[in-house]
Design a protein around this ligand. Structure first.
Ligand code: PMP
Length: 395
């Protein structure tokens, strides 16, 4: 049966993890893997989440099945956190959705929903993007149309190119957008860019699929969510794919949700039934533990405030590192200023594969082959040696 299969290449980032682990050099810097790290290089369980888990352990009486929608109270809390309880679509009962296994599960359900809505469905994806975006969509049978989004050499977002690409869209085509903290570019649309994209969506009847995986790690939770909220308020339809992996640090517990803003409450009921049915086929129901913990955090005022403060500490650490990198770059005559303007964990530097290899071989600095670096993988102490190594390898 398996004779017809040929081996597929491993994810280059996963290969990097193995190389990093096997590297005996005492001072090594991992900028490859996409997880937040604190100043000690750790990815800890957040205190608010830990307290919620303790409560769960004491109070949870059953682990019996929930349903394909997952924890409905978690979903409602997350919906209100992301859109705002007073969002017009929330107030009008026009938001369908379910809890999903991480943002990946939400994206997969989004793909299924788009595909079930139209068999000739297409989705526009800017490049570079998270490497899983196109495979998720393509696996669900959607025709992926890519267009350039980011000029790495210039460190600028190609809004004109993007708007021109969307001009080719047909009614009900989907458009994948990064809600904030673009992975891997770090460069988001500015207010004017968002307005132009929204106009293009509206003019052509395109449906945004907004990936929200890093809200809270850019300018702050409300600021990071503002573009998605605005689009979901002004367009008749929008799909939001939410991950709790980074901002609740729940990575392996697989927590997320898909929120689908529809034109009417009646349409929301239909979409709800389709989402539940699609989820039932894919994973029957999502894992509960992490979502239950996140629900307790969101329900309890004290835990919620503690979580917000922890998230803010993470955000401030990343912003501080970005400033420090840019300042050290200026001192060394390197052009790293864009890093300070960019948001979230990632930036993509104009590094050749040979430069990336040189960083690893000669300086024990691990970056993705594409030149993407995880800024949160640095400590403040690492900044000077990393900038010096960049000067040697990139120069
Ligand atoms: N979208 C983007 C842009 C991501 O970077 C990631 C994960 N790194 C995801 C979605 C999926 O995250 P999750 O682990 O919650 O599935």
């Amino acid at each position: 049966m398996f004779k017809s299969l040929s081996p597929l290449p491993p994810d280059p980032l996963l290969a990097l993890i193995d190389l990093h682990r096997a590297d005996p050099r005492p001072r090594k810097v991992d900028l490859g893997v996409g997880v937040y790290r604190d100043e000690r290089g750790e990815t800890p369980v957040m205190q608010a989440v830990k307290k919620a888990e303790q409560r769960l352990w004491q109070e949870q009486r059953t682990k019996s099945y929930l349903g394909p929608g997952g924890d409905l109270a978690f979903f409602a809390r997350l919906r209100d956190l992301v859109l705002g309880a007073d969002h017009p679509a929330v107030v009008a009962g026009r938001v369908a959705g379910v809890q999903t296994p991480g943002g990946t599960g939400a994206l997969r359900l989004a793909a299924d929903l788009v595909r079930r809505s139209a068999s000739d469905a297409r989705i526009f994806v800017g490049t570079p993007s998270w490497p899983n975006h196109v495979p998720i969509m393509a696996t669900a049978g959607i025709d992926c149309r890519t267009h350039p989004y980011f000029d790495v050499a210039m460190q600028s977002v190609l809004v004109d190119v993007m708007v021109a690409a969307l001009g080719e869209g047909r009614a009900n085509d989907a458009v994948l957008l990064h809600g904030c903290c673009h992975n891997p570019a770090g460069a988001d649309l500015d207010a004017q860019g968002w307005a132009r994209v929204e106009k293009a969506l509206s003019a052509r009847g395109l449906v945004p699929v907004i990936d929200l995986a890093y809200h809270g790690l850019g300018d702050g939770l409300e600021q990071d969510l503002a573009p998605a909220r605005g689009i979901a308020a002004r367009l008749p339809r929008a799909i939001l794919c939410v991950s709790c992996s980074k901002n609740f640090a729940l990575y392996r517990d697989r927590v997320g949700a898909i929120l689908v803003v529809t034109e009417s409450a009646e349409e929301a009921r239909v979409v709800q039934s389709v989402l539940e049915s699609a989820a039932r086929v894919l994973w029957s129901m999502p894992p509960d533990h992490g979502a239950a913990a996140a629900r307790l955090v969101l329900e309890d005022e004290e835990l919620r405030a503690e979580w917000r403060a922890e998230l803010d500490t993470m955000r401030a650490r990343i912003a501080g590192l970005r400033q420090a990198l840019a300042a050290a770059g200026r001192a060394a005559g390197l052009k790293l200023d864009a890093i300070a303007r960019q948001k979230g964990m990632f930036s993509t530097l104009p590094l050749t594969p040979a430069a990336v290899e040189g960083l690893r071989r000669d300086h024990a600095i691990y970056a993705a082959p594409s030149g993407r670096i995880n800024v949160a993988g640095l400590t403040l102490e690492d900044v000077a040696p990393v900038v010096e190594a960049l000067g040697r390898c990139a120069g």
